[in-house]
Design a binder for this molecule. Structure first.
Ligand code: DX5
Ligand code: ZN
Length: 214
């Protein structure tokens, strides 16, 4: 089953409540929430108080993607704000295994995210500790960038490792997803598709979600 995760980065920030409620009424699976700290990525969005303000407008799963240098400082805040999935980046300087364990201890699902230039070698050792692996198919920081095809081969390799390892881990892709790149991603073994600018520009949001699912 393919899951869709619209990225609210492409929504109208002045009408967050309505935008979130609209996603809740749609057939999407997750609401993808991009948190950027201006250090790990060259852009700033919002923190846990804004996620908390969004939460009453939707029942769907909040898939919170932390593009932050020190996410470990804010895990409890994001969990209390209503994050269901909390994603940290492979590239940060932290004891990743400890941070992933802390996410799970808070009752959230743990996601580990890889930038386009970060190899996925050694993924096997993380699979027992995560519920989701997210591979970026753009350099994080901004919506509307072009898909980087190298993510497909990495995805294929991570999918093989997931099959071999036997742990129930979702494989998500984020960046430059449209109907065509979604098809390639599904073929590579991704089962959770984040989509921002393409989906929000689509004249028929539900038809856009349907074409992502294939
Ligand atoms: C990029 C974010 C993405 C972004 C995707 O840093 O992590 O979630 O919103 O946007 P599109 O689909 O426009 O590439
Ligand atoms: Zn994202």
């Amino acid at each position: 089953m393919i899951k869709t995760a619209p990225s609210i980065l492409s929504s109208d920030f002045s009408r967050f409540g309505e935008e979130i409620a609209r996603l809740d009424r749609s057939s999407c699976d997750y609401i993808h929430v991009d948190v950027m700290d201006g250090h790990f990525v060259p852009n700033l969005t919002f923190g846990a108080p804004v996620v908390k303000a969004m939460r009453p407008f939707a029942k769907k799963v909040f898939d919170v993607h932390l593009m932050m240098d020190q996410p470990e400082k804010y895990l409890a805040d994001f969990r209390e704000a209503g994050a269901d999935i909390i994603g940290i980046h492979r590239e940060i300087r932290a004891d990743l295994k400890d941070v992933l364990a802390r996410i799970r201890a808070l009752g959230a699902r743990a996601s580990l995210t890889f930038n386009p230039d970060t190899p996925v070698d050694g993924i096997e050792e993380f699979l027992p500790l995560v519920d989701q692996v997210l591979l970026m198919s753009v350099h994080p920081g901004f919506g509307g960038q072009s898909f980087i095809p190298a993510a497909l081969d990495k995805g294929y390799r991570v999918r093989q490792a997931i099959r071999k390892g036997g742990h129930p881990v979702d494989l998500e892709i984020d960046g430059g997803i449209n109907a065509e790149t979604a098809r390639l991603a599904r073929e590579a073994g991704f089962n959770v598709l984040v989509a921002g600018s393409w989906l929000y520009k689509h004249p028929d949001f539900e038809a856009g979600l349907a074409s992502l699912r294939g």
